[in-house]
Design a protein around this ligand. Structure first.
Ligand SMILES: [Zn+2]
Length: 413
């Protein structure tokens, strides 16, 4: 009797194990919630919308009526000086005060515009100027004065032509879509997987030669944080290189690449300092998915890679900060391709002829995308940070050589 029961139990256990294996192999891992050592409350908070307005004072005209603009007030201080107030969408918030406005004048002249940030927030991004919204140049540093390391006084030459002044080059939803759309072809498709809270598209690019089935996969994301344009520029060059060279070097025959180039389209088009319309730092929501953008994107990543039976090896999230740095998994973090990180960074270092490369390992304690890639897929998750002022031609080169180094490494696996 006991013996029979034991055989039955063993058989049952065997059947359960077999079923579990079948479910895992056929369906992969479902989207799970994750607990972190340093959790963050990401429930929606109120934000303040800026008033969209044209200000006209003494023949000077200034507007924030365009996507990615941020100008909360504009007033005259004296005959030649104006005060432009730039406030965040809500607080507390990281010190990354984004601004963007257009201005023109009835008469050609030089004026001074003081960028004023409230409370503890201080000037961070040196102004970029443009006459068409596409071609940008930094304002000469001799025309910028910092007021007690906080506000910034700018000397601007204004004419009847519209001058764009922005914290960084404008890369709004429309421009990101135009970029992704132009890359479509045999190996690249572009789709929308859902919508942001305010109805803007969440883009998804699928990159591979032919079928995606069973190919090991790399996931690339960008623009959780609206002002972080330099990281986005590196991502563009990275993805363009994968398409250009990966089509022919065997990489896209063997691998699949999923790209989500704009995770926070509302924040970008509303000219936010950092958050989405839920008033939340999206890169702290990769645990319970309170924010609809993160909920949809993570669900899509899991569904797509399960459907095509892809093994996700690597997740790269492009950002910007004060300097170039890679936030990488600490050696104690178990992951697939554990040798990748050091080998990749060394290849990049050599290709760029750098003495050192800025590697900052972490232990996945906070609910960020890089921790999530590891917890959800067992992948190597890396946050790829570019400095705010890193020269643009270097960003392009760095994006390119990083993609080449990644492809070389993965092709040798
Ligand atoms: Zn960031």
């Amino acid at each position: 009797m006991l013996k029979n029961l034991k055989i039955k139990n063993d058989t049952l256990r065997y059947c359960i194990a077999l079923c579990c294996t079948f479910i895992f192999v056929s369906c992969g891992r479902s989207l799970r919630t994750h607990k972190y050592v340093k959790p963050v409350n990401t429930e929606t908070k109120a934000i303040q919308y800026q008033q969209k307005k044209l200000y006209s004072i003494d023949g000077i005209h200034v507007t924030n009526k365009f996507p990615a603009a941020r100008l909360n007030n504009f007033e005259k201080l004296n005959d030649s000086t104006f005060l432009a107030t730039i406030t965040p969408e809500n607080t507390p918030i990281n010190p990354s005060p984004w601004y963007a406005f257009k201005l023109w004048s009835n008469q050609t002249k030089d004026i001074y515009v003081k960028l004023h940030y409230p409370e503890k927030y201080k000037h961070r991004y040196n102004p970029k100027l443009s006459y068409d919204g596409e071609n940008w140049n930094a304002l000469d540093s001799t025309k910028i004065w910092l007021d007690e390391q906080k506000d910034a006084l700018l000397k601007l030459h204004v004419t009847q032509d519209t001058l764009w002044v922005a914290a960084q080059e404008i890369q709004d939803t429309k421009r990101v879509e135009a970029w992704a759309s132009a890359l479509q072809g045999n190996s690249v498709s572009l789709d929308t997987i859902g919508k942001s809270v305010l109805g803007r598209p969440l883009f998804f690019m699928n990159i591979t030669n032919g079928s995606s089935k069973k190919k090991p996969t790399v996931i690339i994301i960008s623009r959780q944080h609206p002002p972080e344009v330099t990281g986005f520029l590196a991502m563009k060059s990275f993805v363009e290189t994968i398409i250009d060279e990966g089509k022919n070097n065997g990489f896209l025959d063997k691998y699949r690449v999923l790209v989500y180039p704009l995770l926070n389209p509302d924040g970008v088009d509303l000219g936010h300092y950092r958050h989405n319309t839920g008033g939340i730092d999206m890169n702290r929501d990769w645990s319970v998915y309170n924010q609809p953008e993160i909920a949809q994107i993570t669900k899509h990543m899991v569904k797509e890679t399960n459907k095509q039976r892809n093994d996700v090896l690597l997740g790269l999230d492009f950002h910007s900060t004060y300097q170039d740095v890679y936030y990488t998994p600490h050696k104690i973090i178990e992951r697939k391709i554990p040798e990748f990180k050091d080998a990749w960074l060394e290849k990049i270092r050599i290709a760029l002829n750098l003495e050192t490369i800025n590697d900052s390992p972490g232990k996945n304690e906070r609910p960020t995308s890089s921790a999530w890639f590891n917890r959800q897929f067992g992948a190597t998750g890396i946050t790829y940070e570019i400095g705010d002022d890193t020269p643009r031609d270097f960003i392009k080169t760095k994006g390119k050589v990083s993609a080449q180094a990644m492809m070389n490494y993965l092709l040798e696996l």
